[in-house]
Design a protein around this ligand. Structure first.
Ligand SMILES: *Cc1c(COP(=O)(O)O)cnc(C)c1O
Length: 338
């Protein structure tokens, strides 16, 4: 089971997003082990390309990443300063007055950032809370002030303009660098760029960055093939029955490897080059079955993610989004970097 990861494509995607926002610094979001692709390798490649700002979700992720990056790389922790967290070498993004006061008491003089809530109602200070501590927070010198867009992957959604004006109302005149946009917001145009963009998914080759270079290929070894006669079924619960003689290949990966069970009989295929071999029957814990009748010969490996079936197409078949496909890909795979 091999997950091929193209680091050069990740770097090219980062540069392409940075080029769309020439007035802003481009960070890189590498939470959840860089969306399942390996934060140490991804962040190191982006550092070499010039990235200095990295975002993780949790302090623990930051500590795992810290030794892989030089000292001038800044690792920002989106969950902020949680009680008991060790933030040495990291920069918390403080999400509430409570986190702000905890951080100033325990890390006086140390760098921090602030997150404001502009409508998503997930993380960040609400307008009233911000008004109450704003003077004190600004006096303490945050590295930047940020917020996050809920609907940036839908350019026409009214929440985008609403959140933009809320962000402006809360931060105009603060004289501190500002950050509003992840991948989707970066694509909404210059009004949304401010001083720092925070792309994640676009680096990894998935929507909403439609121009992204593909980053991932997932190849799965064929364990066995067999002929099934008309009327014979394949897999758990006998959900698929052969209508004519078919050759079935069984490959060594399943939902325990992050290949969602929802891909069963969904229209998704395994690929040999550009030839589709439909997944038939249920995806089971460690195995998948596919119809390889039309292949002239059986390869040693079949691909689940490849140019013919990119991450977002697989996500459509599973009824989810590229983010979930990528982060679900488990640690059982050998990762091969290019
Ligand atoms: C995950 C995340 C990002 C990156 O989002 P993408 O849509 O993957 O580009 C940026 N900012 C915050 C606060 C996030 O949680």
């Amino acid at each position: 089971m091999t997950l091929h990861i193209d680091l050069q494509a990740i770097v090219a995607n980062w540069k392409a997003l940075a080029a769309k926002s020439p007035g802003a610094r481009a960070a890189a979001v590498v939470k959840a082990d860089a969306y399942g692709l390996g934060a140490d390798r991804v962040a190191s490649a982006l550092y070499a390309a010039g990235a200095r700002d990295f975002f993780v979700a949790l302090a623990g992720e930051g500590h795992t990443l810290r030794p892989h990056l030089p000292d001038d790389a800044r690792i920002h922790v989106l969950s902020g300063h949680m009680a008991g967290a060790d933030l040495s070498g990291l920069i918390p993004v403080l999400n509430s007055a409570e986190q702000f006061f905890r951080d100033r008491a325990l890390r006086p003089g140390r760098p921090f950032a602030i997150q404001l809530d502009t409508g998503m109602n997930r993380l960040g200070l609400e307008p009233g809370e911000w008004a109450a501590i704003r003077a004190e927070a600004l006096a303490a010198g945050p590295d930047f002030i940020m917020s996050h867009l809920a609907c940036a992957d839908e350019p026409g959604h009214p929440a985008n303009a609403m959140q933009l004006s809320a962000f402006r109302a809360m931060t105009d005149g603060c004289n501190v660098p500002r950050s509003l946009s992840a991948t989707g917001g970066t694509l909404l145009g210059p009004d949304y760029h401010f001083d720092l963009i925070r792309p994640g998914i676009g680096l990894y080759g998935a929507l909403p960055f439609a121009e992204a270079l593909p980053v991932v290929r997932l190849s799965l070894p064929v364990i066995q093939t067999r002929m099934v006669r008309p009327g014979e079924f394949v897999g758990y619960s006998a959900t698929w029955t052969a209508d004519r003689p078919r050759r079935i290949a069984t490959v060594a990966a399943g939902y325990a490897d992050g290949i969602l069970r929802a891909l069963s009989s969904s229209g998704a295929s395994l690929y040999s080059g550009d030839r589709a071999c439909p997944i038939v029957g249920r995806v089971s814990m460690d195995l998948i079955t596919a119809d390889v009748t039309d292949l002239p010969d059986i390869p040693a490996q079949l691909d689940l993610v490849c140019p013919a079936q990119p991450v977002d197409r697989l996500a459509d078949f599973a009824g989810t989004i590229g983010y979930e496909i990528l982060t679900a890909l488990g640690s059982r795979y050998d990762r091969v970097y290019r």
